[in-house]
Unconditional design. Structure first.
Length: 91
């Protein structure tokens, strides 16, 4: 299975880094590193995340990585990271 990040997910990472970096640049870098590593664990068990029925018939799922939600979609043999955000954000 392959892993691909959408443009929106990459924008989310940049937005989170820009928000955290002025307060603590090292913590911001660690957070981004942790969030980019989290979906790699899904390559062996892609369906471990909770399925989000509101996206049917697409297979969109979510996992939590610390205080962050990561949404992803399984399409054929590719796992697409769609979006990510802090769980305290108003989404």
């Amino acid at each position: 299975m392959a892993l691909k990040w959408t443009g929106r997910a990459l924008s989310d990472l940049a937005r989170l880094y820009a928000f955290l970096a002025p307060v603590n640049g090292q913590a911001a870098a660690r957070t981004v590193q942790s969030l980019t590593a989290a979906p790699a664990r899904l390559l062996e068990h892609p369906r471990i995340g909770e399925r989000l029925e509101e996206f049917d018939p697409r297979e969109v799922r979510r996992i939590l990585a610390g205080n962050y939600e990561i949404r992803y979609e399984i399409r054929e043999s590719t796992l697409h990271v769609l979006r990510l955000w802090h769980t305290r954000e108003d989404r």
